[in-house]
Design a protein around this ligand. Sequence first.
Ligand code: SF4
Ligand code: SF4
Length: 670
Amino acid sequence: VNSATREIFGNIPPWQHYIFYSLATISMAIFAFGVIARMRRWTRGKITWRLELAEIKRRIPYFVTQVFAQPRLRKEPSSGAMHLFIFWGFLFLFVGTNIVAVQHYGPISFFHGIFYLIFKVVMNVFGLLMLVGVGVALYRRYVVRPKRIAGGSYGLALAFLGVLGVTGFLLEGFRMAARGYYGWYDWSPGGAVVASLLQATGASQATLTDWHRSVWWFHAVVTFTFIALIPYTRLLHMITAPLNIFFVPLRPKGALTTPFRLEDLEAGAATMVAPKVAADLMWQQLLGADACTECGLCQEVCPAYASERPLSPKQLILSLRDGVARNGSAGIQTQIDEMMSPISSWSCTNCRACMEACPVSIQHIDLIIDVRRKQVADSRLDANMVNTLTNLRRTGNPYGMPAEQRLAWTSGLPVSVKVDEVQTESEFEVLYWVGCAGAFDDRGRRVARAVATLLQRAGVKFKVLGPQERCSGDPARRLGEEGLFQEFARDNIRNLGRYGVKKIITQCPHCFNTLKNEYPDFGGHYEVLHHSEFISGLIADGRLKVEGDHHLQSVTYHDSCFLGRHNDVYSAPREALKSVPGLKLIEMPRNQEKSFCCGAGGANMWFDVGVGKKINNIRYGEAITTGAEVIATACPFCMTMFDDAQSSKGASGMVQIRDISEILVDGTSG
Ligand code: SF4
Ligand code: SF4
């Protein structure tokens, strides 16, 4: 065992070392040239921050988890295992090659004895894993052909990895055969198999030595070609994917980018309100386009794609990548809506399913909103969008209703339920943010009454802003009207500050997301809870007693995207429903982070893209299939979407569609 080792450059004459080093230098130079060219392209995007030590520390845990454990890929076990095999196999072979280099060029000698034998075992195991992974990948790509990877160009990359792995084993086997048998060869099972086959041919030692040299050179040339090709082929994702994961924005999941500050615009310190060309995008967005692995996981979960709208999040990213790469350095000046089509951007419901699925953390929604921002800047909106924005500007809400009617919802309340407008600070436990749907939509008003009744029963000291409340700004921001959104944010933050508001419960997940995740960027810092979270807390604390005299037996719960995927609120609504005695919760097959959108998000509530199937009909069909008596929602827009789907099928009233608060209000007491 102690004599176990191998000679590096064994059987390669010294003069051939010069050829080896020349090829290595050429290969590395081509690699470096390609990587630098890519980096120069990314850095032509906007760079707005410096990487500080504290930020690096915050990024490391996410990076380590996503790169080394690949949890998103593992959601589909077979392809997840396949990619993990390739990744870990390649990583070990890469590290192993560098260990050999350190032994050869470094000052200490360690490449012998037990270290060498363990090294051989590890290299054999991971080499084999990589080959299994490559084999499965080729089988999936060329035999199974799942739709999501159709049109991909990974064949060359997989072929190279396969050839590298196979020639690695061959090389080892030829070396063993040429040197004759040693006892430690059993530690290299892959090479030992090849060696015994070669020896069975009866070839002479001299022939085996010649063959070994030929295979050595073939392996070396394949390796150098592989390295040189990395920046110019799909292999690039070996570099860009980890980089993109490392540089993923650290803001809350539900928050959009802030492309400019209204005060800077007003002071003349900023002029650009929307990115026009690729160079106006953030540099990470350009890096992200180069990081796409074409896996299609985003496309597979996209409700717009599933409903045959003209949007595939995968194609959107690839169009940006190819658009920037086109025409040499001029590509960076391509208009963003030439690369990412406006109709695609309007087809998006901002449901975030793509971003939750993407294994390399590409931020699709930011790009989609950037295209919308450009459409706003170019005044290319349809009549419904214009109408919504006009309503927001004129009345402070997308319904176009007078602010004085913001308390009309209270008129149906029992006399025991008192809703007071906030007048001074410190008089209340929480501020109930009713939202525009709760204030103006008939169905939303019923939910507002249910929430207020539950609060009253639990003895919660709450107030509302009443006519002083304005839209949170979510529809404006999601429509791409950033300036108007910031006006709303500024006004609401000023108003909330006037009353010393610290804790807010919202009826609507969109208000919840905006107040919780987007207002902090403008100085508004509050504890924000969705009503389902607050109510479930009241039940858990015993402040609200659920008695179950509502006669309902089964319910299915639809996760709102802005509560679920954008904010990870999955259990509170379910806990509230499960607290009702005798009420059985039946899950739809797609639930929680895999939930399918209702179709209203991303301001789709306020316009109709007019292409494809209705997303709400698809989701309504899934809910009905559970056989539950009630479809429970926690969002006024989801409720409207389900109501519309049921009416469009001429089935009004067939299944009850109710907010969680409405279900609870039937069977609770304080
Ligand atoms: S946010 Fe939703 S609708 Fe938009 S591209 Fe992603 S998955 Fe599709
Ligand atoms: S954007 Fe992400 S999920 Fe979509 S194809 Fe590219 S890598 Fe896959």
